[in-house]
Design a protein around this ligand. Structure first.
Ligand SMILES: [Fe+2]
Length: 278
């Protein structure tokens, strides 16, 4: 049986009525993403949200996020939250006390099983790794977090793992985003992953685009935002700008060891489907 893990990232939810960047109401975009997720022909076994859940980290923003995610809970799809550089770990935990996997440690990282059943050997293991350094837009993997990952992966050698982190570990060539990329620990992370071939994918956010790269002997990718995308400008001096290109999210489908395929799902209303015949 195939395990389906949906990934929505970088929603940047504000308080009701407030605009991100003074211009963008992000809430309707998440509402549309949730509708698209609910309309998938294969119901995801879980949804992971890979950071920048809200824009400023306030209690009011997280309350708004909870309202917007309620339809996902109604589908009985488990939701897993991760922090991005726009989030506040402590407020996130306070606002979602029922999400016990968030724990109470210095970092917000955890392991959960996705889609486990009697046929698939336990399904996927989602390992959420915290790259946030409060007060810095860039990502960090300090020695403590790298050690946590080493010991966590050591206990999962016979399992298929998806590693989720907000900041991607690879350079994207979009200059202003690479400046706030994973500035600490990427080399060590690549070494760790190279020693664990059971990590099927590294899934990230932060870039507001769909991007794929080889990393540490596996494939790493970033997902688009359900709202605004970072402009496609692969220059070191690319202007810091966003655009309302068509939004999307990712569906990671795992059907056995070495068999994970990532699809981008479009959000919106489109003509079709039409039969190829006639
Ligand atoms: Fe973001």
């Amino acid at each position: 049986m195939t395990t389906f893990l949906a990934q929505i990232t970088d929603m940047h939810i504000r308080e009701p009525g407030q605009l991100a960047y003074g211009r963008l109401d992000t809430a309707p975009y998440l509402r549309a993403a949730v509708q698209a997720l609910a309309a998938l022909r294969q119901r995801p076994h879980a949804l992971v949200l890979t950071g920048d859940l809200v824009d400023k980290g306030s209690a009011a923003e997280y309350a708004h996020l909870a309202d917007l995610l309620a339809p996902v809970q109604a589908l009985s799809v488990p939701v897993y939250l991760m922090p991005g550089n726009h989030d506040d770990r402590d407020q996130l935990r306070r606002s979602f006390p029922e999400h016990r996997y968030l724990g109470a440690g210095e970092f917000l990282q955890y392991v959960v099983e996705i889609g486990a059943n009697a046929e698939n050997g336990g399904g996927l293991c989602l390992v959420a790794l915290d790259t946030v350094q409060q007060g810095d837009s860039a990502g960090h993997l300090c020695a403590k977090r790298l050690q946590w990952l080493r010991s966590t992966l050591a206990g999962l050698r016979d399992r298929a793992v998806v590693l989720a982190m907000h900041h991607p570990p690879f350079e994207t060539l979009i200059g202003h985003m690479d400046e706030i990329g994973l500035v600490e620990g990427a080399g060590e992370l690549a070494e760790i992953l190279a020693a664990h071939r059971n990590v099927e994918r590294v899934i990230c956010g932060h870039l507001h685009r769909s991007i794929f790269a080889a990393f540490g002997g596996t494939v790493a990718c970033t997902a688009p935002s359900p709202a605004h995308q970072v402009c496609l400008d692969l220059a070191p001096d690319a202007a810091q700008a966003w655009t309302l290109e068509p939004p999307g999210f990712h569906v990671h489908a795992w059907s056995g060891p070495g068999c994970l395929v990532t699809h981008e799902a479009a959000i919106g209303s489109f003509d079709g489907p039409h039969a190829f015949t006639g």
